[in-house]
Design a protein around this ligand. Structure first.
Ligand code: NAG
Length: 229
């Protein structure tokens, strides 16, 4: 039988394992107050090299991003426009593991199925209505979906394929999202599959999507534009 102290140690080990797992589930933790990205540095590290903290000022942590202003969604084939504030745009975000986005949706516009390889996303609707969802990994591929109204909040777990669609044919929609990485990355599924450069062999895609090669050729001939701004 385990003594009280050995079961205590076991519990401690379990908690430590959980804590260290959580630590690797997002960007690495900072080792200083801040590390403002030095965009001019030629040194390549995981993230950006820090600029001398003595030279840092409030503007390194500021951006007049005009996130209150509507974005143009007419140019986008999918009817959405994403303004992402990541560490490339706001140098003070470097090493802090967080970023922000404004997403504008045209009537019937969508942010098509995509994943963020490095971030969980939490989204709130500022204007309009959104039908949103994510799909779990193999083998369940279960869809979790919901219709969100103004003020509602939804979470898309890290790495999972997700989407947002504005079902209203007359009114636009707007959302704000926060992401748990300074550089969440985005892989739009259709663009990556049918718009890669150079193209993936149509033999590979025909089998993967269970369609004929002509359908793949047609899909590959489309213009797969990015809806990120
Ligand atoms: C997003 O909106 C901005 C400002 O309205 C516009 O300049 C830009 O071209 C749009 N981008 C896309 C991808 O539609």
């Amino acid at each position: 039988m385990a003594s009280p102290s050995s079961s205590y140690l076991l519990l401690l080990a379990a908690i430590l394992a959980l804590v260290s797992w959580q630590a690797i589930a997002s960007d690495p933790s900072p080792l200083q107050d801040f590390c403002v990205a030095d965009k001019d540095s030629k040194v390549l590290v995981n993230g950006f090299v820090c600029k001398d903290p003595k030279g840092a000022n409030a503007d390194d942590f500021f951006m007049a991003a005009k996130l209150d202003m509507p974005r143009d969604t007419k140019l986008s084939k999918v009817g959405s426009n994403i303004t992402l504030i990541n560490a490339m745009r706001l140098p003070g975000l470097n090493t802090l593991g967080i970023s922000l986005a404004r997403i504008d949706y045209a009537p019937l516009g969508e942010n098509p199925p995509h994943t963020h390889p490095r971030a969980t996303e939490i989204l709130t609707v500022l204007e309009g209505t959104l039908y949103v969802g994510f799909v779990t990994s193999n083998q369940d591929n279960k869809l979790f979906s919901k219709v969100l109204n103004k003020g509602d909040v939804f979470v898309f777990p890290k790495g999972l394929i997700h989407f947002q669609f504005n079902p209203n044919p007359y009114q636009p929609a707007v959302a704000i999202a926060a992401l748990s990485s300074q550089n969440p990355g985005a892989i739009t599924i259709a663009n990556a599959m049918f718009g890669s450069k150079p193209p993936i062999s149509h033999e590979v895609l025909a089998k993967a999507f269970q369609v004929d090669k002509k359908t793949v050729d047609w899909l590959q001939a489309q213009f797969w534009a990015d809806n990120h701004n």
